[in-house]
Design a protein around this ligand. Structure first.
Ligand code: UT7
Length: 327
């Protein structure tokens, strides 16, 4: 029998520092009304000096392990989805492994932008299905505030920092992950990217002067692609399992923009009571947004046993992904 991966613990960690839309009004020419109307975001959490990607990843992982009742030494694998690692190398996953004392685990980072956490779940599923791992920690974490241009009103109101994590284990029951689908279209890589520093654009004074270390996004184009891709991914996930939208108990989408989420809900014909949304408090935390939302939904007791839950993401690359599971 092929083991079915099941999430047995969730956790999240966010910086204490809150940056509101009113704070942003003091920094760039914008307004709370514009940001709320165009994005649905009210405030976001921002790391302070001394807080790093590994800080939040470790804290979220500890909470997920505690809920799961799993000791760090029982982890076989740690996958960390992030585009804002502590260092180019070693991986943030290795730093988390050391912080946790997860001495038996293999650990690596995964770069798929906002789809990073779902890509991580997909890899965890394959390891567990193939019996190469029994217990896996998957983290989505970002400190985007350090690659945001705080003088650019087009992007600075969108992003936030934080981490979410889950512990998965092999189970024999009918609940757990039913399917994962991951997709990329690198032809659109320029729509959402951080130009440097990197191998093509090494660190230099010129890079700093040109603002090339900051996120660049063609928001409108990304918006349109995101709605189409996430709707299609939702249909594919359901039909691959012989299910329909009517069977869904919860859709937990990537939290980038309230209008994107509402458009997907409308296209799918899904009631707003079945959409989990928390972006008004955290903004877009990229790979962390779905695991933070999943942890909130879980701790609020919204995910009843056997509930059908769909996770759906879209991000830079461009990448997109879905994970369908029975809770
Ligand atoms: O995480 C995965 C990927 N990311 C996303 O999914 C994000 C996708 N994109 C979006 O969420 C939206 O495109 C944005 C929220 C980024 C922008 O919303 P929009 O409705 O697409 O606005 P726009 O880019 O068409 O800009 C409209 C206007 C522009 O002014 P002009 O050129 O029409 O005069 C902007 O300069 O709004 C202006 N604007 C602002 N005004 C006040 C842009 N940002 C701001 C701002 N405050 N913060």
């Amino acid at each position: 029998m092929i083991p079915r991966p099941k999430i047995i613990g969730t956790g999240a960690a966010l910086p204490d520092r809150v940056l509101t839309n009113h704070d942003l009004e003091q920094m760039v020419e914008t307004s709370d009304a514009w940001i709320m109307a165009r994005t649905g975001i009210k405030e976001r959490r921002i790391a302070v000096p001394g807080e790093f990607t590994s800080t939040f990843a470790t804290a979220a992982a500890r909470k997920a392990l505690e809920m799961a009742g799993v000791s760090p030494v029982d982890l076989d694998l740690i996958i960390c989805g992030t585009v804002t690692p502590d260092f180019p190398f070693p991986s943030t996953a290795c730093i988390v492994q050391s912080n946790l004392g997860a001495t038996r685990a293999a650990a690596f980072d995964l770069s798929a932008a906002c789809s990073g956490f779902l890509y991580g779940l997909s890899i965890a599923e394959k390891f567990i299905n193939g019996k190469a791992a029994t217990t896996v920690l998957v983290i989505g974490v970002e400190v985007l505030s350090r690659i945001v241009d705080w003088s650019d009103r087009n992007t600075c109101c969108l992003f936030g920092d934080g981490a979410g994590a889950v512990v998965l284990t092999a189970s024999e029951g009918s609940s757990g992950i039913l399917s994962t689908h991951i997709y990329s279209d690198g032809g659109h890589w320029t729509l959402l990217h951080q130009p440097g520093p990197g191998n093509r654009t090494p660190a230099s004074q010129e890079l700093l002067d040109n603002g090339e270390r900051f996120i660049r996004m063609q928001g409108n184009e990304v918006f349109k692609l995101a709605v189409r891709a996430m709707e299609e991914a939702a249909h594919t996930a359901l039909s691959a399992n012989g299910l329909t939208v009517a069977d869904l108990d919860y859709l937990i989408p990537h939290q980038a923009n309230r209008r994107i989420i509402d458009a997907i809900g409308k296209r799918l014909g899904l009631g707003s009571d079945k959409l989990f949304v928390n972006l008004e408090r955290y903004g877009n935390t990229s790979s962390a947004s779905i695991p933070i939302a999943l942890d909130e939904a879980n701790r609020q007791g919204l995910l009843k046993e056997n509930a059908l839950v769909l996770l759906d993401a879209f991000g830079g690359g461009v990448t997109w992904a879905s994970v369908l599971m029975r809770w």
